[in-house]
Design a protein around this ligand. Structure first.
Ligand code: PLP
Length: 420
């Protein structure tokens, strides 16, 4: 009989294997502190959200100050300084050509918004374009639209009837990029789709799969030639992870629609934004209200979350922050280098501050038996690492030290000694 010690149902957690959760009482910088007095290195930025460290004082102070002024206000017909100022700042930093900012509260909802904006655009200008193109192995969130445009398989096998059909193009593996581009070109020509959604440079939950900037640039060029809206899902890749503030910068790509979340508040509070071109907004502009963008969530543009994001953006204005990202990328390269010659690993890779490597095992993929064993091993070593099956990745906050990285990679090497 299933039994659980707690009424709390945890996400992506199999309670039959793990019913005892590690209780965290405090976070500072790259560390988490447990109720039983242990210090854990957060090697995955707590699901990729923490950028400048847990409880960064500037962000904490901004939250405190805003919480004492205005906690929440309906965002339909009302506005507030934190949202207005944040939107203006975002448009200055984002790729050129983006003119409007729609707020929501998670990466998944920013993707839903992007999909609805794209379909709303074509609908409102009177053109029949409804199909979405996606990339194999993608992950765009766990809401129904996010699942529909994400890879089909284990994560959504039970929910098939809820999902809509999409057209998938192959992931551009090294040496096979042209096949991806050809597939995109023919789908754009034959299916006259509404939009193409893609994670730029790194596919996260699909296995930390990396591809080069020129491929991203080419994909954008193909979409543009066919007037297919190009949606960049920078939920994971944004905010410095790939070595530049946004991954699209490396390909000099200006998406038609872009999604940011996770690191937008430095990891302090939930917030997301979807930015779009002026003509997408304009297609939703009509005095008879029929073209209204019918989307909201109760906490849209929550003022406290916006204030946290503003403080986070201020940190990005300090040159030392970008410098820190560049030096973390170099530290990560140094740390992972020796694994390239370690025959127990394959596909040792890095994009910016993200590294990943696959432990050679009999079974691969999310359900590989090695996954939970690795997780337990790392937990016992006071490392927060959460492999995707046999893929181990390191995506730390930018304040992590070389000594921390040494400890993380020693843990990975020891895990291979113990479990490979
Ligand atoms: N898109 C990408 C690329 C992601 O990596 C994620 C989450 O990992 C999401 C969307 C969904 O974000 P959230 O978990 O905040 O809903």
């Amino acid at each position: 009989m299933p039994t659980s010690k707690s009424p709390v149902w945890h996400p992506y957690t199999q309670h039959a294997l793990q019913d005892e959760m590690t209780r965290i009482v405090r976070g500072d910088g790259a560390y988490l502190h447990t109720a039983d007095g242990r210090r854990i290195i957060d090697a995955i930025s707590s699901w990729w959200v923490i950028t400048h460290g847990h409880c960064h004082p500037d962000v904490v102070n901004a939250i405190k100050e805003q919480a004492g002024k205005l906690n929440q206000i309906i965002f339909a017909g009302y506005t507030h300084d934190p949202a207005e100022e944040l939107a203006a700042q975002l448009l200055k930093l984002a790729p050129r050509g983006l003119d409007h900012v729609f707020f929501s509260d998670s990466g998944s909802t920013s993707v839903e918004v992007a999909l609805k904006m794209a379909l709303g655009y074509w609908h409102n200008i009177g053109k029949q374009r409804v199909r979405i193109i996606v990339m194999q192995h993608s992950y765009h969130g766990d809401t129904v639209g996010g699942m529909s445009v994400g890879a089909r398989g284990l994560f959504n096998a039970a929910y098939g009837p809820l999902l809509f059909d999409v057209t998938s193009i192959p992931f551009p593996r090294i040496g096979q990029e042209q096949a991806t581009l050809d597939a995109l070109e023919s789908v754009c020509r034959d299916e006259i789709p509404a939009a193409f959604i893609v994670e730029p440079l790194v596919l996260g939950a699909g296995g930390m799969l990396m591809y080069e900037a020129w491929v991203l640039k080419e994909m954008k060029r193909i979409c543009e030639a066919s007037e297919v809206l190009f949606i960049a899902d920078e939920v994971m890749t944004g905010w410095g992870r790939t070595g530049t503030l946004f991954a699209c910068e490396q390909a000099d790509v200006s998406p038609d629609i872009v999604c940011y979340s996770k690191g937008i508040t430095g990891g302090a509070l939930p917030l997301a934004v979807t930015l779009c071109r002026a003509d997408i907004f304009d297609a939703h502009y009509s005095k008879d209200r029929t073209r209204t963008f019918f989307h909201s969530s109760s906490y849209t543009a929550n003022p406290v979350a916006c204030a946290a994001a503003k403080a986070n953006l201020d940190l990005w204005q300090v040159p030392a922050t970008s410098q820190r990202v560049i030096s973390l990328a170099a530290m990560q390269e140094q740390a992972i280098e020796s694994f390239r010659a370690d025959s127990r690993f394959e596909n040792v890779r890095r994009t910016g501050t993200i590294t990943a490597l696959d432990l050679k095992t009999r079974d691969a993929g999310y359900l590989a038996g090695i996954g939970p064993k690795l997780q337990t091993f790392f937990k016992d070593r006071n490392l927060l690492l959460r492999p995707l099956g046999n893929t181990i990745y390191v995506m730390p906050p930018y304040c992590v030290t070389m000594a921390d990285l040494d400890e993380i990679y020693a843990g990975i090497r020891d895990a291979a000694d113990a479990l490979a």
